[in-house]
Design a protein around this ligand. Structure first.
Ligand code: PNW
Length: 462
């Protein structure tokens, strides 16, 4: 990072949480062990052409067997927090009924190992691995799934609430709903827009039901959160069409989640746009009160920002399907290996915007990071200066937002390890720690050493 970035990062307070993040299916492997049932990702990975290279999470980083070694890596990094997810099909192999004790036992050991190493567990209940049996019964577009999720949440909560203080219900419901049920680019790979809107509502309902029940059962200082992936959207030009396209994208990307969560209603313009497309959100009496159950924190996953255009290359604002045109337009910034533009200032703007539009809701960056074409030397070490620059610029962006008044409490780098990057398979590497998938050897990259030094420096107030 540059000097100014280092100065900005040094303004982060001593109470700031420093962490790394992972998710169950992306690192654990051991997909048939100790009674785990199949999830929609086990199924999706087997669809021809669904995942690059035909990769699956069958082995992944073998974290299920190497958990103590991975916690030791975190301790070396000096992080005080670890964000991980629990695999629903380990706890309830078919998505309903009593807990599978062998599945819960893994997370019990993980939590103990973290605490013994001075690392605070931040637990996410759902990071995309829906039990396949629930998908066979209709998945998130079906209302019953919300109730099944709340039952599952209580099984985990009862088992771990004596040691876990930070509870997040869902990771990125936009991805579950839109990539899973509309675009079909993630599990379960369906392409049904009305179903994806029903999924949005039932994900939010599941979040609310679970939060309500966990809160009622909490007897200690538990904190409840949801994590959303968000971008800062700006119109490509000042034209009416581009501004409308930006409003619509923000409606389906940000406000369809945060308005019901914080204000207790869906945004009127989104409801209207959906009605024009013949789609209704399947709200029943009382749902919005459940969804608006108070949360303590909002998790923000940030990777890039976009500019939106409402016209195609011929200047038309309506597509052949009669729907309004939406096009992402490049800002012209350098990109990562995901082809995502690097826009740290978008993070500052997003955090300030969130704190204005949804005041009183503390923010935590629950994911931020980048894939680059890492080249290990003969010892396995990766000099990932590009990743260091990415992290430094985004941490500085967080510090800027704080100085402008945004209440940001912590930062989790995505990810601790190179891992299974969903439809991109193992080719895209986000880790601070290199994983050799032939030997499962872990080697901290330059970015890991930089992160460790940065955390130390900021904590010592130097
Ligand atoms: C997040 N998008 O996914 C997930 O929470 C992680 O599991 C994942 O590994 C990480 O980001 C990197 O991709 C996203 O298209 C997937 O905007 C897609 C998008 C955003 C986040």
């Amino acid at each position: 990072g540059t000097d100014t970035e280092a100065e900005l990062i040094a303004t982060l307070p001593p109470t700031f949480d420093w962490g790394v993040a992972t998710s169950a299916y992306q690192i654990e492997g051991a997909v048939t062990e100790d009674g785990r049932g199949p999830s929609i990702w086990d199924t999706y990975c087997r669809l021809p052409g669904a995942v690059d290279g035909g990769d699956t999470g069958d082995v992944a980083c073998d974290h299920y067997h190497r958990m103590p070694e991975d916690v030791a890596l975190m301790r070396q990094l000096g992080v005080n927090a670890y964000r991980f997810s629990v695999a629903w099909p380990r706890v309830q192999p078919g998505g309903r009924g009593p807990a599978n004790p062998a599945g819960l036992a893994f997370y019990d050991r993980l939590v103990d190992e973290l605490l013994a190493n001075g690392i605070d567990p931040w637990l996410t209940l759902y990071h995309w691995d829906l039990p396949q049996e629930l998908e066979d019964a209709g998945g998130w577009p079906v209302r019953d799934t919300a109730h099944r999720f709340a039952d599952y949440a209580m099984l985990v909560f009862d088992a771990l609430r004596d040691r876990v203080r930070h509870w997040t219900t869902l990771n990125e419901p936009w991805c579950s709903a839109m990539l899973g049920y509309h675009e079909g680019r993630q599990a379960p790979g369906r392409q049904d827009f009305p179903a994806s809107i029903a999924a949005v509502h039932h994900l939010l309902l599941g979040h609310g039901l679970a939060t309500q029940r966990m809160r009622a059962a909490a007897d200690g200082p538990a904190e409840f959160a949801i994590t959303l992936n968000m971008s800062q959207l700006t119109p490509a030009t000042d034209s009416e069409a581009d501004r409308a396209a930006t409003r619509r994208a923000d409606g389906l990307g940000v406000r369809i989640y945060l308005d019901p969560l914080v204000r207790g209603h869906y945004p009127a313009d989104v409801v209207e746009d959906l009605a024009l497309a013949g789609v209704r959100i399947p709200v029943r009496d009382g749902d919005l009160d459940v969804i608006a159950t108070p949360i303590d924190l909002l998790g923000v996953n940030y990777y890039f920002s976009s500019r939106c255009s409402g016209v195609d290359d011929q200047g038309r604002s309506t597509g052949p399907d009669g729907r309004p045109v939406h096009r992402d337009v490049r800002l012209g910034r350098p990109v990562t290996a995901m082809d995502w533009e690097i826009v740290p200032d978008g993070l500052t703007d997003l955090l300030i915007r969130l704190s204005h539009d949804y005041p009183g809701l503390p923010l935590v960056i629950t994911e931020n990071g980048a894939a680059f074409r890492d080249e290990p030397d003969e010892t396995g070490f990766v000099r990932d200066g590009d990743r260091v620059a990415y992290l430094a610029a985004h941490l500085a962006a967080v510090a800027r937002a704080r100085l402008a008044g945004a209440d940001v409490r912590g930062y989790f780098a995505w990810s601790l390890l190179d891992n299974f990057e969903w439809s991109y398979g193992y080719d895209k590497r986000f880790g601070l720690v290199r994983v050799d998938y032939d030997t499962q050897r872990r080697v901290p990259k330059q970015s890991a050493l930089w992160y460790r030094d940065t955390i130390n420096r900021v904590r010592q107030g130097a």
